[in-house]
Design a protein around this ligand. Sequence first.
Ligand code: HEC
Ligand code: HEC
Ligand code: HEC
Ligand code: HEC
Ligand code: HEC
Length: 186
Amino acid sequence: MQERSRVRLWLGRAGCALAAVPLACFAVPPAYPQSASSPDVASGQPVPVEQPLPYSHKTHVALGLQCRDCHAIGDPGFLAGYPAEATCMACHSVIKTDSPHIQELARFSSEGSPVPWKRVYRVPDFVWFSHASHVVDASVECETCHGPVAEREVLFQEKPTTMAACMACHALNNAPNDCDLCHDPG
Ligand code: HEC
Ligand code: HEC
Ligand code: HEC
Ligand code: HEC
Ligand code: HEC
């Protein structure tokens, strides 16, 4: 099943899939904007990402909600995913309805338009990464790759997603590190 979705993924990424030369797609610059959250590497200071609503993981995880209540890792398992607005409204149709932020949330929900959350973690399209492979199959905890999210009012990128970081963890866990594990063989 992983193999089949992998093929679909690469076919969807025509720039890489059609490249005749192995690894040729790496010459293509990333087509996405730089993460809004790049940590200030020079100072080591975290740079929180400004989100459309002041959502706090600390507040919500303290209520007893589990990570995967909101990040369900649906098929095919690449993405952890964001919660549907209806998930939020299960509480917020009655909780804090006088807040302008909650009124905005209710508006997104009733209009059926997803809250435009800004991405914090992102790898380029030429990298194969699957949440299901790590979280479900290999039992890696969210916190290992995302830090102590439950303690954060605002998220920022606090763990690296560089090739070196991926490969270091693979080496540590005796996971494979062949180039075509994470990249299209061409
Ligand atoms: C299990 C119930 C529950 C769910 C589900 C829930 N919340 Fe909350 N939320 C709360 C509670 C409780 C508070 C704290 C209210 C207070 O400060 O009195 C809160 C506070 C907030 C606030 C701060 C509001 C303000 O102006 O102070 C925002 C924004 C918010 N939630 C957004 C969301 C979003 C977005 C979702 C869905 C991803 C969500 N909530 C899901 C219970 C919930
Ligand atoms: C009530 C729903 C809810 C729960 C529970 C929840 N999250 Fe989230 N999560 C969100 C929302 C909404 C966002 C987008 C806003 C933000 O980035 O803060 C988000 C964003 C994230 C991101 C950043 C994604 C990106 O853009 O790269 C990570 C990482 C994350 N959550 C991890 C976790 C972990 C780990 C837990 C459990 C400790 C958890 N979440 C629990 C709703 C939730
Ligand atoms: C092995 C490392 C690793 C683990 C474990 C991990 N993540 Fe991620 N996460 C990443 C990477 C890398 C990205 C960027 C992926 C991309 O750009 O496709 C990401 C992106 C995300 C995103 C934003 C995009 C998306 O996938 O929807 C959310 C939300 C998220 N992670 C939540 C979680 C939660 C919740 C858990 C635990 C259930 C978790 N992650 C476990 C590495 C990890
Ligand atoms: C916390 C340690 C850790 C980190 C960080 C990590 N991985 Fe992994 N990865 C694993 C483990 C463990 C496995 C399972 C190996 C196995 O099946 O033997 C795995 C498996 C994989 C697989 C094979 C999955 C499959 O189903 O074919 C890919 C591809 C992969 N990782 C890519 C990445 C990428 C890309 C990154 C960085 C963005 C990354 N990993 C970061 C631990 C990690
Ligand atoms: C475990 C996953 C993993 C493996 C194995 C891996 N890479 Fe990568 N590679 C990545 C990630 C993640 C990035 C994106 C790094 C970033 O965004 O900073 C990347 C980026 C690249 C780039 C783009 C330039 C750069 O440095 O950012 C090239 C070229 C590349 N890899 C070649 C290779 C080759 C050749 C091999 C085999 C020796 C290999 N990769 C093995 C995960 C991996």
